[in-house]
Design a protein around this ligand. Structure first.
Ligand code: DGL
Length: 266
């Protein structure tokens, strides 16, 4: 079991930011990544559709004997996690919301926390519900649907992305925030631009790091880490292959990777 792979999935290649951090922290774990590029963006889809896509991906990752599965997508974590966990009791399933909630519970009080993410994530109100349940922090969320496609197209650290980011961050909903949650796995790529906008006045959560720490600890607690110190080849699947995904994947995973196409609908 310990030497079985860790499955990671997202609507596209944003979840590779999590895969990259997991690999850096746990180099002897084999990763099987699935990016549902055929159905991207999840943030614009109904909860029902997101659940169905996620179920198929989990079934696929189970055929690969994954010992744990990480839903590296805030949209799917927000609207599908509870059901997916209930239906798949034999495999450990992680979402990317709870690690952030756990971090806030232990570290942040009396603050105004802003959340930016896709329409599906913001519509679910998951961060607001969970944060106000465990702390006295105030939460205000803003849907920022242009950001994920913009990043996926390679627009970051330049004039266009700066304009879009500044426009969203100056929204009244985010006025007077002390902290900001980047509730989308694409956003680490624009974290620097967001930090530049706030110029040290707002603390932007290092989501990938917090998520990786949390998952690593849980795997350790459950004695699921691989003891075998051999370098292993990871596998990366997408449901729809294009050259442009392959090019962007390198930016997200920070090294060149080979994407294999597999359509789970056929
Ligand atoms: N990576 C997805 C997330 O974290 C955003 C992209 C999408 O809308 O599919 O929500």
């Amino acid at each position: 079991m310990k030497s079985n792979p860790i499955g990671i999935f997202d609507s596209g290649i944003g979840g590779l930011t999590i895969a990259h951090n997991i690999k850096k922290r746990l180099p002897y774990e084999k990763i099987i990544y699935f990016g549902d590029t055929k159905h991207l963006p999840y943030g614009e889809k109904s909860n029902e559709a997101i659940k169905q896509f996620s179920e198929k991906i989990i079934a696929f990752l189970k055929t690969k004997k994954c010992k744990a599965i990480i839903i590296a997508c805030n949209s799917a974590s927000s609207v599908a996690f509870n059901e997916l966990e209930k239906k798949n009791k034999k495999v450990m399933i992680f979402n990317v919301v709870d690690p952030i909630i756990n971090y806030i519970k232990n570290n942040i009080k009396n603050c105004k926390i802003g959340v930016i993410g896709t329409k599906a994530t913001v519509r679910s109100k998951i961060y607001k519900k969970k944060i106000t349940r465990i702390s006295n922090n105030n939460v205000s969320s803003l849907a920022t649907p242009l950001l994920a496609p913009m990043i996926e197209e390679g627009y970051f650290n330049e004039a266009i992305s700066n304009t879009v980011i500044n426009n969203y961050l100056s929204n009244a909903k985010l006025k007077n925030i002390t902290h900001l949650i980047l509730a989308c796995t694409h956003y680490p790529l624009i974290q620097q631009e967001i930090n530049n906008y706030y110029n040290g006045c707002v603390s932007v959560f290092e989501s990938s790091k917090i998520i990786t720490d949390y998952i690593t600890n849980k795997l350790k607690e459950n004695d699921l880490l691989n003891n075998n110190k051999r370098t292993i080849k990871d596998s990366f699947y997408v449901s729809n292959f294009t050259k442009s995904f392959e090019k962007s994947a390198k930016l997200f995973f920070k090294e060149k990777i080979q994407l294999k196409e597999i359509d789970l609908d056929t």
